[in-house]
Design a binder for this molecule. Structure first.
Ligand code: FAD
Length: 518
């Protein structure tokens, strides 16, 4: 297949980018692929909302900028923070024009408060903001005749000079598995977009869906594209314990914003011992507070007590949480909710410029798989959907300029070779993948999680290196499957996180090594 633009990933980043591009130039051929169903993504699970300045009476860009810089612990790029926050207002207005609606009181947007924000500024749609946005964007994208959608197609590798006879030092598209036909197809493109989301599945507890395996990061790493800030993995303090149907279920921060308190197994409120802001301290502090408490007690969870929140508010503001808890026999507001911290957001990723272009020409990375400089060492709650909206729009504008540059001609793209290796069949080793995946998750949780130690990182590095070798052997002698591609990426990214963690010399933001505490 040959297209002008290939977009890999259909969360908020990929969809917003493609809509922007479709509106600017409806003649371009654009192909969007997603690994699972069109609407399965991290975006779909976002509960809290989008942080954006909209009430200019109380709030200001300056206040939102200051909050973001403070959360980022000295590692944000101030220029990026400024333009994201300033442009965010218009991007959210656009999103509303495309069909997304947000809760209102008396015709005004109902703004919620979240940890680390000095003002109420989170626009939301009940506790289903992400799902609602995703549905609106999917409905909008289907109105563009030049945009094709392919579900259940998995990125394997980016096509670069390594695969080409002539060298232009660019990205030329991607090799992709069609899951249904079990075939690898070659998609060449002038511009390639990675909007593949994060890698929460590296950890035993994650708020991300299981498809969040860092595939875009893995492919970019193999294409030798620069990565930054990988050790800054943000853990959400409060995920429901235990999992629901095998998935970790998030209890949004807005519940703590509405007054819920954290209690240990003795029923004592403990967050005040860690920070004067208690339950509303930034996520890294709350997650560490909970983890420290869990390590002191027998139970592997703490309690989130929402007795102060009225039944009516539970039902209207947090209907999904209310129903999910009810099904588990947790009756709100009387019963406290058992919660654990869970891997939530990758602040680092593929290093990009202010137009979301990576160091490899023709390759852009947007959203959670990118490192834009907005989040620094710790993302401020609800800033990620905002980042996706702003960078998707910038990347789309920049794409139009890039397409006017002197690009390789079609004859060159025709010389890109097909994937070799389709002839392999699957050996019995492929059955071990599940075990290796859960072993990797255990290693990452124990040694490269909320708390790290120098010794623990050494243990992790050694075993992940062994897993990498085992996986490479399996990869080189088996027919490629979706599961094999995922695990290959997970092992590579786990290794990179561990190595970059070892290179860090001080604690900052979400990164915490016990051995660096003075
Ligand atoms: C439970 C939860 C709650 C959250 N709440 C909020 C919130 O309230 N506010 C906020 O700002 N942020 C929130 N976040 C974070 C935010 O949702 C994500 O950072 C954001 O949605 C990421 O969007 P994205 O488009 O970059 O990636 P995603 O939405 O994750 O989309 C990734 C896409 O890439 C595709 N993909 C992945 N690998 C491949 C592959 N190999 N081949 C083909 N396609 C592939 C997937 O199929 C999917 O379509 C939350 C996250 C979670 C998990």
């Amino acid at each position: 297949m040959t297209v002008d633009v290939l977009v890999i990933g259909t969360g908020i980043s990929g969809l917003t980018y493609a809509i922007n591009l479709g509106e600017k130039n409806p003649k371009l051929s654009v192909l969007l692929i997603s690994k699972s169903d069109l609407n399965e993504s991290n975006t779909r699970y976002a509960q809290g909302g989008i942080a954006v300045v909209s009430n200019f009476n109380n709030d200001s860009f300056e206040k939102h900028i200051a909050d973001t810089l403070k959360a980022g612990a000295g590692s944000c790029n101030p220029e990026v923070v400024k333009f994201v926050i300033e442009e965010g207002h218009d991007r959210v207005q656009e999103l509303m024009k495309w069909g997304a609606q947000f809760d209102k009181t008396k015709e005004k947007l109902d703004l919620a408060q979240e940890a680390g924000h000095s003002e109420k500024r989170i626009v939301h749609y009940q506790d289903q903001t992400g799902q609602h946005i995703q549905e609106a964007l999917i409905a909008k994208i289907k109105t563009f005749p030049n945009i094709q959608l392919l579900e259940r197609h998995t990125l394997v590798d980016l096509i670069t000079d390594h695969h080409a006879k002539e060298k232009f030092n660019r990205c030329y598209g991607a090799y992709v598995i069609s899951q249904e036909e079990e075939k690898i197809i070659t998609i060449t493109s002038k511009i390639t977009i990675l909007s593949t989301g994060g890698a929460g599945s590296l950890y035993a507890h994650s708020t991300n869906p299981s498809i969040a395996t860092g595939d875009g990061l893995g492919a970019a790493y193999r294409a030798k594209v620069m990565m930054e800030g990988l050790p800054f993995v943000q853990f959400h303090p409060t995920a429901l314990h235990p999992k629901v149907n095998g998935n970790t279920f998030l209890i949004t921060e807005a519940v703590r914003g509405a007054g819920a308190k954290l209690l240990n197994s003795k029923g004592e409120r403990f967050m005040l011992n860690h920070d004067p802001r208690a339950e509303l301290a930034p996520r890294d502090i709350v997650a560490r507070g909970i983890q420290a408490e869990i390590e002191k007690q027998e139970e592997s969870y703490v309690w989130l007590d929402g007795a102060e929140i009225e039944l009516k508010q539970w039902k209207t503001h947090f209907p999904t949480i209310f129903t999910t808890c009810e099904k588990l026999g947790i009756h709100l507001p009387e019963n406290p909710i058992p919660v654990v911290p869970a891997a939530h957001y990758f602040c680092g990723g593929i290093k990009v410029d202010s137009n979301s272009e990576s160091k490899l020409k023709g390759l852009y990375a947007i959203g959670e798989c990118s490192a834009t400089g907005l989040h620094g060492a710790n993302r401020l709650a609800s800033n990620s959907l905002l980042e996706s909206l702003v960078f998707a729009q910038r990347a789309a504008s920049h794409t139009l300029e890039s397409l006017n540059e002197n690009l390789p001609d079609q004859a060159f793209y025709n010389t890109i070779p097909e994937w070799k290796g389709d002839a392999y069949s699957n050996s019995t080793e492929i059955k071990d993948l599940k075990n290796y995946r859960s072993e990797l998750q255990q290693i990452m949780t124990q040694y490269v999680g909320i708390f790290k130690t120098t010794k623990g990182l050494e243990i992790a590095e050694k075993r992940i290196d062994q897993l990498y070798r085992i996986l490479t052997k399996i990869y080189n002698s088996n027919k490629l499957t979706n599961g094999l591609c995922e695990l290959r990426n997970m092992v590579s990214i786990a290794y990179l996180i561990t190595k970059q963690s070892q290179e860090r010399t001080q604690n900052q933001g979400v990164f915490y090594n016990h051995d660096y505490v003075k």
